[in-house]
Design a protein around this ligand. Structure first.
Ligand code: SAM
Length: 234
């Protein structure tokens, strides 16, 4: 079974042998791949819309996996419980929606459960939420899919974990540890966005407190960005 590089990256963060729940499953390619390859013994795929769920039913039946993959109509985690899976995936959604769905689910602070996120935007909101709530970000990955960079991260609640993070952490997470071209491309985009914002605010003499935070963050990101974007090298 073939999976896009983006979804393969997400799949690699799911623990081997874990029962997986894929929130916003759409076509159910991810759970089908994880079960068909034997990575996961069973899966739940959920979606808030009927159309995607109908595609998912057809795809799962075509793969002969209807006995191992259960499909569920659910808004976020509303109709799921911790008993349904070990690892919970949120892929292909914006960071704002991911945070909204997590915020209203009290049982996410179950230290046995792993959460895997592949935010299409605003990953910084997802990281900020996780850190505030006592989650440890275990790993991040980056890849190119059809020339676009994507990132994915996995996290687990850890009640005893209260490290001090620099302000830049929510913009970079564990991506510097990836050391690949996709991570560097992604961090460069973040850097350029933050720098342009700082420059524009400064020119307009607006929000000096935000400008000083941005000026503190930028040098932390700079070592990991593509060379031609580094200060003074253009
Ligand atoms: C862009 S698709 C991503 C599909 C797949 N997860 C992937 O990464 O390829 C987003 C899916 O999330 C579903 N979705 C959006 N909001 C949702 C919510 N609140 N709860 C569950 N699913 C949701 C949409 O219906 C859609 O099928």
């Amino acid at each position: 079974m073939r999976l896009s590089p983006r979804l393969r990256m997400v799949a690699s963060l799911v623990r081997k042998g874990a029962r997986v729940a894929d929130i916003g499953t759409d076509h159910a390619y991810l759970p089908a791949y994880l079960v068909a390859t034997g990575h996961c013994p069973s899966a739940v795929g959920s979606d808030v819309r009927d159309g995607p769920l109908m595609n998912a039913v057809a795809n799962i039946a075509a793969c002969g996996l209807s006995d191992q993959i259960r499909l569920l109509h659910s808004d976020g985690l509303d109709r799921l419980s911790p008993a349904d899976a070990d690892d919970f995936v949120f892929a292909g959604m914006g960071g704002t929606l991911i945070v909204e769905l997590l915020e209203r689910t009290p049982w996410i602070t179950n230290a046995d459960k792993r959460f895997i996120f592949q935010p299409m935007s605003h990953a910084e909101l997802v990281r900020a939420f996780l850190l505030e709530r006592g989650f440890r970000i275990l790993e991040e990955q980056a890849c190119f899919d059809e020339c676009r960079p994507y990132i994915a991260l996995c996290a687990q609640f850890d009640p005893g974990y209260r490290p001090h993070y620099r302000k830049s952490y929510i913009w970079m997470g564990e991506l510097p540890r990836c050391g690949n071209e996709a991570a560097s491309y992604y961090l460069t985009k973040q850097y350029v966005y933050l720098k342009q914002r700082a420059d524009a605010l400064e020119r307009a003499a607006l929000l000096p407190d935000e400008v000083s935070v941005l000026r503190e963050i930028l040098p932390d990101i700079e070592p990991y960005i593509r060379k031609k974007h580094k200060e003074g090298s253009v």
